[in-house]
Design a protein around this ligand. Structure first.
Ligand code: SF4
Length: 370
């Protein structure tokens, strides 16, 4: 049984017993989740070991690899404070309108050849028009014709009635729309849409038979309680996959200069997510290199999914470093157990203190990082 309350958590929690209880079918309480989040550095390995048992119980030694294709970058009319593509952002990112279908197919193919099994087709903006749904449906059809085993996740913003069903009919497998933060913190980071708008889109996607993918961004000024609130909301939403982003504070956005996270804190956030949603895909998403730094490998013992290569508007570490990260920590890529060789001499990528603006892949003539 869970063994603690939050007030005494750091000193007294038996994380192994907590994992035993979860494995026996007892969900954690909010106090348990807070205890994991507030555990001290001296308990970090105990927390990872316990959360790692949950990870292995549900995902074994596999890591799911996802690949982002930014179909339309920047110039968004929404005002999400963390986003380099937001209204008024002066971040020096790539901006472009919809990729041509051939270009989208080429970018997705690069990720798949690099080891990804899921391609995430993303566009900036409040939400898709019906013409946009047609456009993406055509891309998905071409992608599935060429790569029949690929999983496709669409991330196109707020959905209107009927659009999720059309995406499902086109062959889309999953739909991503992050709640991003707790309901109680949402309005502090965005005013142009509501938390309920976001929940409504996740619900629409799920109702249409798309696998719901919804996660959060840590480091937005939220409290521990609000991080826990967000995870319990995702549990209630039955999100199948939960991207955990760590804020990348782009210059030219309201969050510029915000640095609230340490590597160990990021691992604890991932472990808390694993305890709350033990059987769900926990994906280390944006900010992995910047915030986890040398603890990326440790984090893989808790999370079971990453993005390969670059993010929407920033560069990740070298794709080969991602592949090495998986192999070096004793994991295998889901769906490619006999896939790419690992252990190259790649020296890893740019682990830096600021986002590196993406200048390669989608929307450029430079080769993709895959
Ligand atoms: S998160 Fe999406 S909706 Fe919000 S500003 Fe960025 S691109 Fe626009």
């Amino acid at each position: 049984m869970p063994t603690t309350t939050a007030t005494t958590a750091a000193a007294t929690t038996n994380y192994a017993a907590l994992a035993d209880a979860v494995l026996a079918g007892t969900p954690v309480t909010t106090d348990d989740a807070l205890a994991v989040l507030r555990s001290g550095d001296d308990a970090l390995l105990d927390v990872v070991q316990a959360a790692g048992r949950l990870r292995r119980a549900h995902f074994g030694n596999t890591v799911k690899v996802n690949y982002l294709v930014n179909l339309k970058s920047g110039l968004c009319p929404e005002d999400c404070g963390y986003c380099s593509q937001r209204l008024g952002s002066t971040a020096d990112i790539l901006t472009y309108s919809w990729l041509k279908p051939d270009e989208a197919l080429a970018q997705a193919g690069a990720g798949l050849r690099g080891g990804a099994s899921r391609v995430c087709l993303v566009s900036s903006g409040r939400g898709p028009s019906d013409r946009d749904i047609d456009r993406v449906s055509g891309m998905v059809g071409a992608l599935k014709d060429k790569y029949p085993d690929v999983e496709v996740c669409a991330c196109l913003g707020l959905l209107k009635d009927g659009q999720a069903e059309r995406l499902r009919e086109a062959g889309v497998d999953a739909y991503n729309h992050n709640i991003n933060t707790a309901a109680s913190h949402h309005d502090a980071i965005v005013t142009s849409h509501t938390y309920d708008d976001r929940v409504d889109t996740v619900t629409k996607a799920k109702g249409a038979g798309l696998s719901p993918c919804s996660g959060l961004i840590a480091g937005l000024g939220e409290s521990d309680e609000q991080l826990v609130e967000a995870l319990f909301a995702l549990r209630d939403l039955e999100s199948d996959s939960i991207p955990v982003n760590f804020l990348m504070p782009f210059d030219g956005t309201p969050m510029q200069g915000t640095h609230e996270l340490s590597p160990a804190r990021c691992v604890r956030i991932l472990a808390m997510a694993r305890f709350v949603c033990p059987e769900k895909e926990i994906r280390i998403a944006g900010g992995r290199e910047m915030h986890l730094k040398s603890l990326q490998g440790l984090a893989l013992h808790v999370a079971n999914s990453i993005f390969l290569g670059d993010y929407l508007t920033s560069e990740g570490q070298d794709a080969q470093a991602d592949i090495d990260l998986i192999a070096d920590n004793g994991f295998v890529i889901l769906g490619a157990q006999d896939g790419p060789e690992s252990g190259s001499a790649c020296a890893g990528g740019s682990v830096t203190a600021d986002p590196v603006i993406r200048r390669r892949g989608a929307g450029t003539t430079a080769p993709a990082n895959a």
